[in-house]
Design a protein around this ligand. Structure first.
Ligand SMILES: Nc1ncnc2c1ncn2[C@@H]1O[C@H](COP(=O)(O)OP(=O)(O)OP(=O)(O)O)[C@@H](O)[C@H]1O
Length: 229
């Protein structure tokens, strides 16, 4: 069974003029466990909209998003919040780290939200910081970290609860080329080492080229794309 299956997904937004902007139009997608799927497409085609729906941060006009066969939009709000915290890891362009907490506490946050103590969460959070080359930054607050380090903390945080899938929206968009490249390879290494599934929306063709599969969002649907390497 695929890990993730999107069936006939439609999403529109109201426009100022009283009409509706049709963004996703019968979109279909299947993602197998351990796959890294990159989604490219021009600005405004709906990549963020799609990731929000895949992460149950928003609801579609119609259609299904199934994780291991279960349509998440059939869950009530409480079950959906639990599902989101357990099953999905999010990485956004601007990492949204909490400034008053250390790197370690930020990484541990998804476990703390689930009711675990920092003491319980600490070993896993440290292991993830180590995996991302940040073991010696555990006690630093975000303001004491570089942009690339902050983004790596955000990746570590996304992995904290061993999510079934990490949804990354332009994860290296705010980084310089070299830092971005390092992070691209780290994401790929993680996917290989721990079999982590990623769905990554990006304009960065170097990142997309590393994915197992590249899809282009065009006129509300996904079409296969080949990126010259
Ligand atoms: N909450 C909203 N209300 C109204 N329109 C919206 C809303 N969110 C997004 N849109 C519109 O929907 C379209 C798709 O937006 P989206 O952010 O998903 O595109 P994107 O492909 O991620 O773009 P980018 O590559 O620039 O980040 C855009 O035209 C945007 O203006």
């Amino acid at each position: 069974m695929p890990l993730l299956e999107v069936i006939d997904l439609w999403k529109s937004y109201p426009t100022g003029a009283g009409g509706r902007l049709q963004v996703l139009q019968g979109l279909e997608l299947t993602v197998e466990p351990g796959e890294v799927v990159a989604i490219v497409g021009e600005s405004g085609t709906g990549k963020s909209t799609l990731l929000h729906l895949l992460g149950a941060l928003d609801r579609p006009d119609r259609g299904e998003v199934r994780y291991e066969g279960r349509n998440i939009f059939e869950l009530d709000d409480e079950a959906l919040a639990t599902f989101r915290n357990r099953t999905i890891g999010f990485v956004f362009q601007f990492h949204h780290l909490l400034p008053e907490f250390t790197a370690l506490e930020n990484v541990a946050m998804p476990a703390l939200i689930q009711g675990r103590t920092l003491r319980e969460a600490r070993p896993r959070a440290l292991e993830l910081l180590k995996l991302l080359g940040l073991a010696d930054r555990a006690d630093h607050r975000p303001s004491m970290l570089s942009g690339g380090e902050q983004q790596r903390v955000a990746v570590a945080r996304a992995l904290m609860n061993r999510p079934a899938v990490v949804l990354a929206d332009e994860p290296t968009g705010n980084l310089d080329v070299r830092t971005a490249e390092t992070l691209h390879h780290e994401i790929l290494r993680l996917s290989r080492e721990v079999g982590q599934t990623f769905v990554i929306a990006t304009h960065n063709l170097a990142l997309a080229a590393l994915a197992d599969r590249v899809l282009r969002l065009e006129q509300g649907r996904l079409v296969p794309e080949s990126i010259p390497s």
